[in-house]
Design a binder for this molecule. Sequence first.
Ligand SMILES: C[S@@+](CC[C@H](N)C(=O)[O-])C[C@H]1O[C@@H](n2cnc3c(N)ncnc32)[C@H](O)[C@@H]1O
Length: 249
Amino acid sequence: MITINAMDTIKTENSLLEIHDYRKREDLLSQMREEMATVTKLQRATKYEQTGRWVGGHLSNHYHQSWSDSLSDGQFQSKMWMVDEICKLGSKFDSTESCHIEVVGSWFGWPLMEFIHFAFPNIKQVDLYDKDELTHSVMAQYKNQFPYDYPVHQFGDWFSRSDVRRRQVIINTSGEHMPHIMQRRNFFKGNPLVIIMSNDYYDGKDHTHCVEDMMKLVEQQELGTLYYTGTRNMQTYNRFMLIGRVHES
Ligand SMILES: C[S@@+](CC[C@H](N)C(=O)[O-])C[C@H]1O[C@@H](n2cnc3c(N)ncnc32)[C@H](O)[C@@H]1O
């Protein structure tokens, strides 16, 4: 045991000199500050952070918060879930087919747009529909940042489009925000693949069409053919997904 009582910085045998503690932590903090600076620099260089800075500088806090939510782990995982299940469809879907895709309630478009080609390797065109025009300006920023080798077009309210068109794929990951999309089935030629997600998060802002479980989503959406139904627990709510086709096949 150290017993030099005159020096109050000297402690028991299990401790160190105060100056030792100070120096050790100062070195650690300095190292962490350097690492932090490196990570911040790398993060600032990402396309997402650059888009986020534009959102912060041009739109309200509400949009900045919404943009940040769109990149949350839950959002990312649910989009990956969709891509994963489509990749597993194998015999049900010809992945080499050239696809014209509609994304209904596309929000900011990304991050799904960054990896949608894993599910659909032969994309001819993607049409992103969101009735909130301010999301379009954010999508335009992303379009400037991310390379893609097919046209990406932006539209407003999906339900107000009334021409009959041929599409291979319709994606709606925002079912909780809108009436069921199969009421527009007659506006599509052929038999598009349809992916629909919704949830039971009734307290969410603008969540006007939540469903209490996956079976209710099946009843609500009335797909002609059903290939996949699934539920994911997202801690505070459940997310449901259907994959199928507009008509019976
Ligand atoms: C806030 S996002 C939620 C996204 C969803 N939780 C997800 O994971 O993709 C829902 C979006 O749907 C859009 N929306 C709602 N009704 C729509 C409609 N009729 N046509 C196009 N977009 C619509 C809203 O403007 C909003 O940006």
